[in-house]
Design a protein around this ligand. Sequence first.
Ligand code: EPZ
Length: 418
Amino acid sequence: MDYFEIEGKNQLFGDITVSGAKNAVLPLMAASILNDRALTINNVPKLSDSMTMGNLIKEMGGEVSFDVSSITINPQNLNIPYAPYKLVKTMRASFYVLGPLIAKFGEAKVSLPGGCAWGPRPVDFHIEGMKKLGIDISLEAGYVIAKSKKMIGNKIVFPKISVGATGNVLMAAVLAEGDTEIHNAAAEPEIQQLCLLLNEMGAKISGIGTNILNIQGVEKLGGVDSIDVIPDRIEAGTFLIAVAATGGKVTLKNVEPKHMESVIGLLRKSNIDIVEGKDSIVVTSNGLNIKACNMETHEYPGFPTDLQAQWMLLMSLASGNSTIKENIYFDRFTHILELNRLGCDIHLEEGCATIKGNRSLIGADVMSTDIRASAALIIAALCAEGSTSISRVYHIDRGYDKIEEKLAKIGAKIVRKK
Ligand code: EPZ
């Protein structure tokens, strides 16, 4: 299994082009099932998760081809509405195919997703939402069996905001008879792009970017030839935090600053210099006098949970103590143990982490546990005295396209080893 070897204490200078958003690509690939022709998705990062979704669509009879940074999916021969456990267990987002399969075929058999590094990640909101549309759902041997002669629009109120449930239910509701209203809908930019693609296919979705979506059901959807994926705000935020922590000056290209207001605001509050361009961000830091700032994760446009681990590392270097409250996943803290091995001093009490500042980090052997925890460990290693090896980097390959090459290009001493 690959691992990273990192020599710390090198500041970062230069520029990085940010990839397309993983969390936009996956729902767009699921939505391609509803297209009446081949859909080419451009600006796609080379990630194992997109490969997994591609393999799933192929298993169902769809044609999928990968180019350097695009994926073309032709769903015309897709005729097996079945998503097997062997694929769904490797990537939770595979569950997003349930909605489009039901909408297209009136039936689907989709494996329940496996767990993940932190706690159970249920799909009860997805299932309850589908039932509200008149879909008959049963659970058999770890599979969701869904059947529906005709979906009927309805009012759906999610108990709390869910990105996946919003996308999944949306992709069924677009072909329901009558209107659907989704309350506590996710407003994440990735969901906004999904809504825009569906509307370009002929769906009638309004309220995009708010927490109430209105969907007027249509008889059928037409076709879209291509779509360019929005920039990855989590990858971009990861690099901003990396430069803030190590010190240096880096320009991020192909970013959407308006998707990152909460992150940029908190970095500025921590004395990090950020200059926004139309599709670029320049971050400058001396890696010193970082101001400690308490943080709480929230749904968009709040501070994203996918940058919580990275922020935790930055606060370990701040001149003072701080806290983090994780409001999306109460137990998304597996990274604390590994960060403490590198010299952080972080304690957890009832879903709230207390981070001691002014830490001097020392390189050590550590292990990745999930995509974003791995990113925090890489940043910690870049700031640590001496060398660090990070094992199980397959986690990071799920969410970051060649992160070691992008970091090495701006001066990081990081190599991937077999
Ligand atoms: C998406 O996951 C992202 N994944 C996650 O990014 C991200 O952390 C998460 O949204 C929150 O922003 C993709 O987009 C592929 P949720 P998702 O449904 O849709 C609870 C990464 O690192 N919930 O918004 O699975 C759930 O337990 C990944 O790129 C239910 O209780 O997240 C959580 O507490 C990690 N029942 C909260 O809602 C449900 O049926 C939000 O989860 C669904 C969710």
